[in-house]
Design a protein. Structure first.
Length: 437
């Protein structure tokens, strides 16, 4: 998911389940008659360069829905920095929307509140069937063994973006396929005013996504099979240390990146200050900053073997945005119609093309826009080498606790403090203790 996580998350999502029961929905029933509201409230996540750009993209599509159904959609685009806390407050107060976007990594946490409409097979049939969607996208829409809490809307994966001119100037002819190659290339590309690799040390979500994938590559995980935190497992510690070491040991990341949390890395890349960045579906953002398709290349995220796959060859988390319906909406039927509209083939092509993401609806993926050179590594990752983040009720707390721990390690690295296995383990142990309080 493309976002900046809220730093302060409600301490336990599960405690909201009781509060959410029996709350009234958010629809305006005026003009509906017979208990059939003619208005829906929709909280959309900020997918484009800014909120106004999203409004410009979504408003014409919502007008189409109104023309087809007679249902008007009240749109609010919510920044990622506010979205999770807004959702959690809505589950508690009942003052929420009918339909909303959620980051797919939050699915299990929000599912545990009981506030979201479950998507059973029969409910999926109302929008064309579950098999319209890619399996990996549906797999990140809720806990295993339960009906999904949401429907996939936009699918994303991580890729390595590299500046072609800076590579050519450094005499590098191909993008790195292994981490050793990335570090070696990064050192060639790092000089005064330019860094080999860009990252955002204060961006909790980016920290979590990268640490999770690197832990997988080291044979570890942040949760065991029973859903218990294992933040200090050798693989998890090694994954976090590798991520921070790009700044601390390898010195291919600028120290100022420790304070980045608002997509400054993408701006640096577009300005030629950074030669490589690991990001989700970033092409459209680079072009909004003035880059041309020919200015940058897109390659798979490295793995130590050089060939992405499953298990220790995982090179991305399954990123994406899901569409959820509040169970207590006064217009569930209208909300389901809206989900059907947004996941129709036509809308999937329009919206995902605009945002540079990939349609989770397989029949929409045939459009030429999703078969470009830039899209190929993303599609391949989702199909063969991406893994969902842990689908556990405490997932949102995990992102905050561990993301903050990694943020503190980057701050130490920027200050010149040594980053050791012991210091990484201590930071993760503190995060795990916070989770258990």
């Amino acid at each position: 998911m493309r976002m900046i996580r809220a730093a302060a998350v409600v301490s336990t999502v599960l405690a909201l389940a009781a509060a959410s029961a029996g709350c009234g929905g958010g629809s305006d029933t005026s003009g509906g008659g017979g208990g059939s509201p003619k208005t829906l409230t929709y909280w959309a996540s900020n997918q484009g360069p800014n909120v106004e750009a999203d409004k410009a993209t979504l408003t014409p599509e919502l007008k189409k829905f109104e023309k087809q159904t007679g249902i008007k959609v009240k749109l609010e685009v919510v920044p990622w920095s506010d979205l999770l806390n807004r959702i959690l407050a809505a589950t508690s107060s009942g003052q929420g929307p009918d339909v909303l976007n959620i980051g797919n990594t939050w699915s299990s946490s929000l599912q545990a509140t009981g506030a979201l409409l479950p998507w059973s097979d029969s409910r999926f049939q109302q929008i064309g069937g579950r098999d319209r969607f890619t399996a990996s996208a549906v797999g990140s829409a809720g806990a295993a063994g339960q009906d999904p809490a949401a429907v996939p809307l936009y699918s994303m994966a991580y890729a390595l973006y590299y500046n072609k001119k800076l590579f050519a100037d450094a005499g590098i002819t191909t993008p790195p396929a292994t981490w050793d190659e990335l570090v070696a290339d990064g050192k060639k590309l790092t000089k005064s005013g330019q860094s080999g690799l860009g990252l955002e040390g204060a961006n909790l979500s980016n920290n979590i996504h990268q640490a999770f994938v690197l832990a997988k590559q080291h044979g570890g995980d942040f949760y065991d099979a029973a859903g218990k935190p294992t933040f200090t497992s050798p693989g998890a510690v090694a994954g976090v240390k590798q991520w921070v070491d790009f700044m601390a040991k390898d010195k291919i990341v600028a120290k100022g990146s420790a304070e980045y949390a608002q997509n400054q890395t993408l701006q640096d890349f577009a300005k030629g200050k950074t030669a490589m960045v690991l990001w989700q579906t970033a092409a459209s953002t680079f072009k909004s900053y003035g880059m041309k398709d020919s200015d940058f290349g897109v390659a798979p995220v490295p793995v130590q073997s050089g060939t992405p796959g499953t298990g220790q060859q995982t090179n991305s988390m399954v990123a994406g945005i899901n569409l959820a319906v509040f169970k207590n909406s006064k217009n569930v039927d209208g909300a389901v119609k809206f989900v059907k509209f947004m996941t129709s083939d036509a809308e999937q092509v329009i919206l995902n093309k605009t945002y540079g993401s990939i349609p989770p609806v397989t029949s929409a993926q045939g459009d030429a826009a999703f078969n470009t050179t830039a899209m190929k590594p993303l599609r391949e990752a989702l199909a063969t080498s991406a893994t969902p983040l842990p689908q556990v009720p405490t997932e949102s707390q995990f992102e905050t606790a561990v993301g903050t721990a990694v943020k503190s390690l980057f701050a130490d690295a920027a200050a010149g403090k040594p980053i050791t296995t012991a210091s990484v383990k201590a930071a993760l142990d503190k995060a795990q203790q916070q989770m258990q309080q």
